[in-house]
Design a protein around this ligand. Sequence first.
Ligand code: ATP
Length: 667
Amino acid sequence: MNTEAVLEDLRSRIEAGYPMLFLQTWEDSRWERKLADLALEIERGLVTWTITAGLVPPLTSGNSEPSAWELLIQIGEYPAGHVFLVKDFHAWINDPVILRRLRDLIPELVSQQKTLIFLGAVAEIPFDLAKDSVRIELPIPDYEDLRAEFDAVLTDRRQADEGDLNLSSDDEDKLIKAVMGLTTQEARKAWRRALQGRSQLDDSVFTTLISEKRTLASGSDLLEFYDLEEGVGDIGGLDSLKEWMSRRAEAYSPRAREQGIPLPKGMLLLGVQGCGKSLTARATARLLSFPLIRLDIANLLGSARGESEKNMRSALNLVESIAPAVLWLDEIEKGFAGVETDGSGGGDATMTRLVGSFLTWMSEIQKPVFVIATANSVQNLPPEMLRRGRFDELFFVDLPNFEERKHILGIHLKKRGWKPEQFDVEDLATRSEGFSGAELEQIVITAMIDAFGQGHILQHDDLERAWRSTVPLSVTMEDKIFELRNWAQDRCRRATSDSRVTSMLETEARHESLQIPDDDDDDAPLPAWAQLAHSGQLKAALVEFVRADGDVLFPTLVEAMAPYMEATGDQGLAARANPNTVVWAGMSQPLCELIGELISSKRLYIHPTDIERYKQIQKGLRLPVLKEPTDNRIPRAAWLPSSLRCAPHPVHAARLARVGRMKLAGG
Ligand code: ATP
């Protein structure tokens, strides 16, 4: 209930002759004012009592000694129809004598239309009075209450000559919403602190205000409050997600409210580790000027039956009292692990109920709470969460593309005081395909530490060394990432605008600045794979080369790649299923790794091929030849004549699905 509704409720109870009301609040002075207005409105005399001042106004004839006993004696002497506002009476109420006197008073209170209102932070009804009393929890100030309070703060500022802030109505709305959940006194203090000495608003005003709400969640070990240091400008790339978010932010404006635009519910971010999902949650909260609260799902679980749901309810109630807010559920696939995901009935019943009650809460909540759920994997994702209509949007956050890597490197250099234009960010972005945002940030940090340790200022070489020493997670997790991408393809919106268009634009943009080697025929356009290879996109070039040819023999591939990378060497590829089966040998380590990754992530496939084709080339035939894959382990390396294609082999697909890199003894 909001303030107005509670006042209406109190009015009807007083008029109906309720003898005792127990009102719980931390804001006794605000409610004392409201009750005084109410008494005036319904033409009842109001008498207040505190242990320090006694009854005010006192009876002219009475003894004004401020004691609990005296209060209960004198009540009877006031004329009928009075309302008594008694503050902090919990200290005396369980005294047997006081309790007896209160019970004796009830018939008199009823017959004389008097109401005793106990007001305080503690307002428990003793069992003996339960039948004749009502307990009401008074609400914290609503928007209208805070609006009036805010107007008073602005008037005070003007009177104290602190300058006019020239606030638009949207600014005022945001300033008021930023403190919702606080008491009026807390809100006043927060506004004073945040606006002190300012002549205009900036982002820091809102972050200061929001941080005041930290105390609200401090009593809970299920909710964690986050400081909002990063904004949308700190996110590199993810343009589509950022644009979507800024449109949602408008839905919280007063104009949108007037037009009945529904409140956004939230978004689910699925994606590769370290690519900015948590960062997006923080930046979104800052964009909306809402506090960011993380719900610790794992901690919700209680040992007793029903305890987990109770914990969930109390945490969500708290979130509602803090609202507007961004509620963040991190790594839901881990938090809700055990929930039934396949309709088999074999899941953890508690978890399934928890997810259910969370989703019900999410669909019913009337307050502005924007839910952001993040997940790194599709395994264990509660399917109900993914159903249309739960979240406003499901986004897939992939590894950054070239432009995004450039942007991210720039952001992290700038953040640490370096001018990105002083470094060859483009070169670094080209080399770092497959790196996540977190890994790019780590390159900058590592390079800075190394440069400092060596006593010189940061140079491009430091960044390049740091890049060399970093093995991106995408190398070890390629299969997982591939699986994630596949899953997300038809189910999620991409956080980055269509990657094919982006990469075409990127390639085009970069080729304008490329120095392509002079050929005899200056005008002959380079094939797409060569353009890619030239710009450093070696993986993409390899795939493109195979796609263009359809069926590529290894020596041809090695030859084609030689101008762009070290292609020959003493490394080779062997089938994982049988490491004795050599697919090809005589390649460099980087080329072997590239091909291996592409095969593991199912972008290229090995096909057994006709030995005669290799014999014609007469290259790499020093190894014994094995025409077809064999299931028997053979004692020494055997060569399997193979080619690379973009589609799996109809028979040997599984057998040759994975390859390992090997070094040949003696070549
Ligand atoms: P995880 O699932 O491992 O939590 P995540 O996707 O939530 O990963 P973040 O925690 O947001 O990733 O990323 C870690 C850090 O890496 C960020 O705090 C930020 O400094 C940097 N980072 C990641 N992605 C980006 C990006 N797109 N732009 C700028 N910085 C980024």
